[in-house]
Design a protein around this ligand. Structure first.
Ligand SMILES: [Zn+2]
Length: 217
């Protein structure tokens, strides 16, 4: 979940005190020796939805959390990377798939755990894939056979639901929303969340762009 508050100063190693710094409106860790304020901000998770024919590529996680559950390739954005670069890198690391990005697909805020998840539609540059060190298996799943009861995270579930709905309606859209905790149920169950402020924007794609979404064998 959210990382614990830091205890010691990043700059000088002295213990921090929790207080509202002058001119601010919330409690932060402040160094008792050098006065450095320790800001904590959400982290960005980037990933790809890779489609081929009527299928999508999913990875079975070899690490906690959600060991053994399925998810499209995704992971934390690194400093110095663009979100597109991070999504391509994570796809290589987890699925050993060399992809190019087609279009942004979804941005979901998770304020409860301080994360923003950005997913892109992508296509493989070459047909090869295999499990990376963080994956047990990598497989194509037909959209009729998504392992809904064995998906890794609620955000995964919501993102795939949105894409499935777009496919059923023969639409390409960009979506944004906030995954809001309902204050009850398991935090790992997608039913414990609402995506109530969802906004969906049609993307105008001409025929040549649309054809790039399919992989030419
Ligand atoms: Zn300090």
């Amino acid at each position: 979940m959210i990382d614990p508050d830091p205890i010691y100063c990043d700059q000088c190693g002295t213990s921090l005190t929790q207080k509202i710094p002058a001119g601010e409106d919330r409690i932060r860790g402040v160094c008792t020796a050098c006065d450095l304020v320790h800001y904590r901000n959400p982290r960005v998770v980037v990933g790809t939805l890779i489609e081929h024919d009527e299928k999508i590529l999913l990875c079975k996680r070899a690490i906690e959390p959600a060991y053994g559950a399925w998810t499209p390739p995704a992971g934390f954005l690194e400093l110095g990377e663009s979100s597109v670069e991070g999504a391509v890198r994570e796809t290589w690391e987890e699925a050993k798939a060399n992809v190019e990005i087609i279009q942004p697909f979804v941005s979901i805020d998770l304020p409860r755990i301080g994360q923003i998840h950005v997913k892109y539609l992508a296509r493989m540059k070459e047909p090869h894939f295999e499990p990376g060190p963080e994956s047990l298996e990598v497989e194509w799943f037909h959209w009729n056979e998504i392992p809904w009861d064995h998906l890794a995270f609620p955000v995964t579930h919501w993102a795939l639901r949105l894409r499935q709905a777009d496919r059923e309606q023969n639409q390409d859209r960009f979506h944004r929303g906030t995954l809001k905790w309902k204050d009850k149920g398991s935090p790992l169950d997608f039913n414990s969340y609402d995506l109530s402020d969802l906004q969906s924007y049609p993307l105008k794609m001409d025929g040549s762009q649309r054809s790039r979404a399919a992989i030419d064998d």
